[in-house]
Unconditional design. Sequence first.
Length: 315
Amino acid sequence: MKEKFHNMPLWVINLITVVSGLITIITPIVTLIVSIQASIPIAWYITLTIVVLVGFIIILFLRVRKYRSIAINRMESASGTYQKLMNDALKQFFSIMHSHKKNTLNVSELTNTYIAKLSIILDNLCEVLNSFTQRKISACIKLITYNEAEEIINIDNASLVTFCRSNNSDTDRQNYENHNKVILLKDNTDFREIVSNGNDKDYFYQGDLEAYDKLLQKTGKHYDNTHKDWYNYYAGTIVVPIRIEFKLLYHQNKDDEYHILGFVCVDSKSKDAFTEQYEKYNVDVVKAYADLIYILLGQYRHYLKKLTANPATKP
């Protein structure tokens, strides 16, 4: 019985609650009118009222239990997947260090390992957001090019490449990226707004991109996206930079500027996934993953430079 209750859809609980609430309000009024007209003893009226109220309280209790069950399940899912994420990332970090010390690491192995591991991390992120939003979520990591000497992004010519995707992403999206021209940062509203000076947000968050595009059109602008058929794959998106302050890097001392490796991009086909009400919480979750991804990508770039600078040391 308990298992059947927990598996009961939430909409059924809500419907029962609404109906029982209406019955609770209407029944005493109708009963009182009927009892007066038919000279029914007032005791019957009182008894029926008590029965209806008790029934309503029971339904309300069941609804609270259902919401509590949902909340617990979400917490268990989020905490479990996040713990696994941190453990896997820790193992990945030191495994790469160990392989390099043993001189068993090469460029191909390094890149493929990181693509696989970061895809798993994106899967983990999707699981957490699935739990929060109750909608299907996909994610990817896009890397950018910049002036290697200064490590500053040049918006006019910086390009993007998809490094990896969550395993639930539509394969058509990857095929499109593999067979099309270079994707320029400046041609995509999401990334352009994040790196542009004067933007009041360090992320891009829109639950309904079509509505956002119509809003921009009122000011003579448009939502720009290199993929012309983007609306076939997602309706809303969250984009956060994979970055760290320059002043925290041992070789840099630039206040209020960031070293950006790329972006974590999260999207959903549902317009209800990324609501304005939960913007801060959803963005904070994605930012937490972006911080971890920066550490791993930083390690990847470090060993990639070592291997390419000393090709003779590769096995």
